[in-house]
Design a binder for this molecule. Sequence first.
Ligand SMILES: Cc1ncc(COP(=O)(O)O)c(C=O)c1O
Length: 367
Amino acid sequence: MEVPFIDLKQRYEEEKDELLECVERTLENGSLVLTPELGELEQQVCDFTGAQHCIGLNSGTDGLLMSLWAAGITRGDEVIHPPISFIATTGAIHHVGATPVYCDVGEDSLIDASKIAEKITPNTKAIMPVHWAGMMCDMEAIQDVADKYGLLILEDSAQAMGSYYKGLHGGLFGQSGCISCHPLKVWNAVGDGGLLLTNDEEVANKVRLYRNHGTESRDNVVIYGINSRLDVLHAEILKFRLTKINDVIARRRKNANLYRELITTDSVILPVERTDEGYVDSYVMFIAKVDRRDELKDFLESFGIQAMIYYGTALHLHKAAQQYGYKKGDFPVAERICDSVLALPHHQHLEEDQIRFVAEKINEFYG
Ligand SMILES: Cc1ncc(COP(=O)(O)O)c(C=O)c1O
């Protein structure tokens, strides 16, 4: 039995008719950039998330960069974030000229709010929490620190479409938050795409300018920007897939719950369901912490089961981070977690017997 980590071809099979309608409608329309369809998507995302403003961009990474630009973060400023994330978090901070400052994570892989204060210096301007694997951070605790020290919160909510903390959607706790629509996300385009969410009108207006070369009109450039306009074909597909997102998350949650029931070994720690504590997670990834990770991964692979390491290297230990003077041992919790993480296949197209097979093989591996 083959158990792929993700199956985009199956997604296409399931949605073929609707997706082809999106393509046809877009091409027949003949207008492909910044059309009203993009505005419709943005409004629908506002309705879904509760955001006052949504701006469609080319990627979640652009959302991070524009959050930082709009906040005026620049050379000499410091931004606190966790060493467990996708590299884009640190990359965006670096590219606005600011200094990436790490704060270790807790056992849940999310920034440890109790350790943020010790990282604050007179140069600290913002905290960038990462809702890793679609699991919301403890935003109440993070907001307390931000309020106490007068810091902005700019969320890396790239993975948090469909994630909530105490009723509020990811990306809406601070000044702005990004969303990634990369194909591996629960709500995805057919290539790269992203959004910025904000309740701040001034930020929204700036980001609308940034994404279109700072042009107010064709012959009137008011600031310098870039080209980061979410394509209309993506917008059409994302509109359609927004009607599916709750179903996708529910199917993934069901798969995760089945793993929770079936994996009986103490050598595997699975993420817990946290709805009782006010967290709704998007299940974009289902990352276990396991003993003898690399051996288990190879063992599963030998049975056709594709599990993935997200990620094996904490952000501060990449070669690119050497310029900031970080070294092994600086963030022991993150480093330990990176040595043990293994994301299990849990996507919405899996059948129950595939999940049972994976669980059986994991239990078998640990004897
Ligand atoms: C936590 C995190 N931040 C930022 C990004 C960047 O998003 P994108 O790939 O859409 O640029 C990702 C994408 O995977 C991510 O997972």
